[in-house]
Ligand binder design. Structure first.
Ligand code: NAD
Length: 441
């Protein structure tokens, strides 16, 4: 395979205009993008914005689809398709993670980019939203192959990224090593070192203290506040965590350290249960050694789907989108759901859970710890001045808890779900920036 096969398309997503009218109510047509647009439509209805503004906010400003050829260690080559979607720039440079997963597609990346815009606005970090994806299974590749494919993907999207344009970060299937390769590729092409091009990079390259665990710390701050809000004592509460990756594993660890009994955990291979409480540190060791929670001797095997309907106080979905839907929301027994993942709850499930009195803390609030410390990392890199871990942690906690109070107050004053309140607050901020800047020309 030669580079002649590498094709690049760049567009503004005119096919992404929202379908005016009511939000879809049937889950079998739900996708992350229909979910994201339904949530936006609800917020727009509440805010009373006109259709032109609605269309603008529902449509990414810029999309780039690239073909990424990879030379395998065997000498053969393969072609992968990648995307970078920049949803909005009204409040600053676009910001968002990069996902490596076999089922990545443009619509999913569009939805994730839109959620990033709302998350950054809600937490008042001066960014718009973006997301990237490469349709690849990283587990099928050696480190050398992952390095080559990352460098080639970076080269293909180079024209639209930059520390003042669009700043990638880790997401599913990528990590700080991926960020180091992106930083190096971008820097070599610039002729000088540009640490602000990515966040979530290794500390030795200008990464921030506390970035690796920031999303999980934020999830934990919010989970403890939400449990107390519904009258539960965290030290007497139980939790189930779906996904044991960068977000789920540390969330389980921090919750456990805070006294919450974590009784069930899952990953893409299966789940485990111990109603007496899992030893999360020992489980992490097991995952490091075997690659999965499956077979952990300190728990019993559980069907992955049953994790979501465990009889626990707190459920933390921290894996993928759309896992709570109209087929299982009626069976959820948790009192509080804190969304570590992006988009784990469909709008139909949201309605069912609200009717059943289950408090759902939405992704754009609950998992915002990562982008907050990414912002801190970008600020530190731009100033070449680094903060202590305790400074990062206290500023993270302060921002998370003040956003929690703000969203809670807004929701209670208007009898809204936390998701509708959070989305409306965020959309209002983006719309205000757009209004102040005016429409060019
Ligand atoms: P990761 O690749 O480190 O971990 C993903 C985990 O989910 C793995 O344990 C995997 O086995 C598991 N998983 C995948 N499919 C599953 C399924 N169907 N059922 C159960 N488990 C499954 O990814 P991550 O960075 O931890 O991201 C997880 C979620 O959190 C994603 O939605 C991501 O967008 C979101 N998120 C991540 C960050 C971050 O800083 N990494 C920040 C905000 C939000």
């Amino acid at each position: 395979m030669t580079d002649l096969l590498a094709a690049t398309t760049m567009s503004t997503a005119t096919d992404a205009a929202p379908a005016p009218g009511p939000a879809p109510t049937v889950d079998h047509i739900a996708t992350p993008l229909t979910d994201a647009r339904a949530q936006l439509a609800e917020a727009i209805g509440l805010l009373g914005y006109e259709n032109g503004l609605h269309q603008m906010l529902a449509t990414p400003r810029r999309e780039l689809t690239v073909a990424v050829p990879l030379r395998l260690d065997s000498g053969e080559s393969r072609l992968y398709i990648g995307h970078r979607v920049q949803h909005n720039f009204s409040r600053g440079p676009a910001k968002g993670g990069l996902r490596y997963a076999p089922n990545v597609n443009l619509d999913e990346v569009r939805a994730l980019a839109m959620w990033m815009t709302w998350k950054c606005a809600l937490l008042d970090v001066p960014y718009g939203g973006a997301k990237g994806g490469l349709a690849i299974d990283p587990r099928e590749h050696s480190m050398a192959e992952l390095e080559r494919v990352t460098r080639r993907y970076t080269s293909e999207i180079l024209p639209i990224i930059g520390p003042e344009r669009d700043i990638p970060a880790p997401d599913i299937g990528t990590d700080e090593q991926t960020m180091a390769w992106i930083m190096d590729t971008y820097s070599v092409n610039s002729g000088y070192t540009v640490p602000g091009i990515v966040t979530g990079k290794p500390i030795a390259l200008g990464g921030s203290q506390g970035r690796a665990s920031a999303t999980s710390r934020g999830v934990t701050h919010i989970a403890l506040a939400a449990l107390r809000h519904v009258g539960l004592d965290p030290a007497r509460s139980t939790a189930a965590v779906q996904g044991f990756g960068k977000v789920g594993a540390d969330a389980a660890r921090f919750l456990s350290a805070a006294g919450v009994r974590v009784t069930a955990v899952s990953d893409q291979y299966g789940a485990i249960l111990n109603t007496g409480g899992l030893d999360v540190e020992a489980l992490s060791e097991h995952v490091r050694a075997t690659g999965s929670v499956v077979g952990f001797p300190g728990g019993d095997a559980l069907d992955g789907a049953d994790l979501l309907t465990q009889d626990v106080d707190l459920l933390v979905p921290a894996a993928v989108e759309g896992v709570l839907h109209d087929g299982n929301a009626g069976d959820v027994l948790a009192r509080v759901i804190v969304e570590g993942a992006n988009g784990p709850t469909t709008p139909a499930a949201d309605r069912i859970l609200r009717e059943r009195g289950i408090l759902v803390v939405p992704d754009i609030l609950a998992n915002a710890g990562g982008v907050i410390v990414s912002y801190f990392e970008w600020v530190q890199a731009n100033q070449a001045y680094w903060w202590r871990a305790d400074e990062v942690e206290s500023r993270l906690e302060e921002r998370m808890l003040s956003a929690w109070q703000h969203v809670l107050g807004y929701a209670e004053a208007r009898d809204l779900s936390l998701r509708t309140a959070a989305t409306a607050l965020a959309v209002e901020r983006v719309a205000e920036a757009h209004r102040l800047r005016g429409l060019y020309p």
